[in-house]
Design a protein around this ligand. Structure first.
Ligand code: SF4
Ligand code: SF4
Length: 172
């Protein structure tokens, strides 16, 4: 047997009333600043001093939006028979109009040269301005939160473990 006439309408109106009186979850950005977790994926920062131009980040990036140029330089090492060669970074840029914020480049970097910054307010009127060169990527480093404190119940840092082991050996 079907519902009485008008029951469906009453149910619908009840849902409407419930939804109308519920507190809204929408943040009125930009009037209201969103309270984001400190380690949100906002923008990628480059600590240029750590970059060895190994190219791992650019190779692993699924969007091919990291552009790196470099040249080789000879370094004279005292006592060495021949000069050594090292890579010198000429250009490092990330195109944030292509980036999908997967974080693979940060995971792949073996030299701690890339970090997440929670800054997200860098929208542009011209899409070409979303190409951030190394000076801008370096500036984002100032907005990267400090690393979390070491877990007191975790394993000690390898330097501490080595120092403790050396102390034990000396005492024996
Ligand atoms: S976050 Fe992902 S898409 Fe963006 S630059 Fe890094 S690897 Fe490429
Ligand atoms: S993976 Fe790290 S060290 Fe290697 S080129 Fe990229 S940023 Fe530089």
């Amino acid at each position: 047997m079907g519902d009485l006439p008008g029951v469906g309408l009453a149910k619908g109106l009840a849902v409407t009333l419930k939804t109308m009186t519920r507190r809204s979850h929408t943040h009125q950005y930009p009037d209201e600043t969103p309270d984001l977790p400190p380690r949100s994926r906002g923008v990628i920062a480059l600590f240029e001093e750590n970059c060895t131009v190994c190219m791992l980040c650019a190779r692993e990036c699924p969007d091919w939006c990291i552009y790196i140029d470099s040249h080789k330089e000879e370094v004279l090492v005292p006592g060495a028979a021949r000069a050594r060669q090292r890579n010198v970074l000429d250009r490092f840029a990330i195109d944030f109009s292509l980036c999908m914020y997967c974080g693979i480049c940060i995971e792949a970097c073996p030299f701690d040269a890339l970090y997440w910054s929670p800054e997200f307010e860098y929208a542009e009127y011209d899409i070409r301005d979303l190409l951030h060169e190394s000076d801008r990527l370096r500036e984002w480093m100032w907005t990267v939160p400090a690393p979390p404190a070491h877990d007191p119940n975790g394993e000690p840092a390898k330097e501490q473990a080595a120092a403790a082991k050396a102390g034990q050996t000396a005492a024996e």
